[in-house]
Design a protein around this ligand. Sequence first.
Ligand SMILES: C[S@@+](CC[C@H](N)C(=O)[O-])C[C@H]1O[C@@H](n2cnc3c(N)ncnc32)[C@H](O)[C@@H]1O
Length: 223
Amino acid sequence: MKLEILEEVTTNVFLAKYGEKEFLATKSKFKSHYGEKKYVGLREWIPYRSKLAAMIMNGYRLDLKPDMKVLYLGAASGTTVSHLSDVLERGMIYAVEYSARPFKKLLELAVERRNIVPLLKDASKPEEYAGIVERVDLIYQDIAQKNQREIFVKNADFFLEEGGEGLIMVKARSIDSVADPSEVFRRFLSELEEDVPIIGYGKLDPFHRDHIFVHVSDSERLK
Ligand SMILES: C[S@@+](CC[C@H](N)C(=O)[O-])C[C@H]1O[C@@H](n2cnc3c(N)ncnc32)[C@H](O)[C@@H]1O
C-alpha cells in the first residue's frame, strides 16, 4: 500500500491516506507516544485523543509556525504536546500540568525532545512559573476547570505577546454539570468576550462530545 499526502493543513501537519484509511498526521522523526500509528516520516494524530486534532478535523484552520512559542496549560501526559512539538521544530512549548501521575510521561517526552519545558505547576498561579516562562505567541488551555476563563486571562496577562492568540478547549460539564451545554457555551463566550476578542469557535463533536474550542486574539485587549 502507498502513503499519499492529501493536504498540507499547516506547516508539518498533513491529511494523509494509507490504503482506505484517511488520517491526520504530523511530520515526525520521533517514536509513538500514546499508541498512535507511525508511517514513514509521519505520526498519526488521533482526534479522539487530542482536541486540537479534532478542531482541525472539523475544518478549523490555524496558522502554526515552526518557530512559535507556546504556553500549554493542562498538558497531561503530553498527547497533544507531542504533536505540537513535531510542528514547532524551532519553537518552544512550556507545558504546565499539576498532576504528578500524567506528568511522569510528559517528562519522558521532554527528555527525548528539545522544545518542551515541562512544569509541574498549578495554572491558576502563573506567578509561580513567571521566572521560567517567556512571552509566548500562543496560549493553549485544556484544563477542564470551572474557573478556566479567569485562569486564561491571568496567564495572558503574564505571558501573552502583544498580537498573540489563545485557544481554549471548553468542556460544558466542567463548568456546569446540569445545564444544557449550549447554554453553558453561550454564557462562557459572552463572559470571555468581555476580556478578549473572539476570533472563532466551534464544536469538537463527534470526537469530544459537549466540548467547544474558542480561538481568541490578544491584539486589542478590551481593558
Ligand atoms: C483534559 S486533560 C488535558 C489533555 C491534554 N491537553 C491533551 O490533549 O493531551 C486536562 C488536564 O489538565 C490538568 N489540570 C487541570 N487543572 C489544572 C491546573 N489548574 N493546573 C495545571 N493543570 C491542570 C489535569 O490534571 C489534566 O491532566
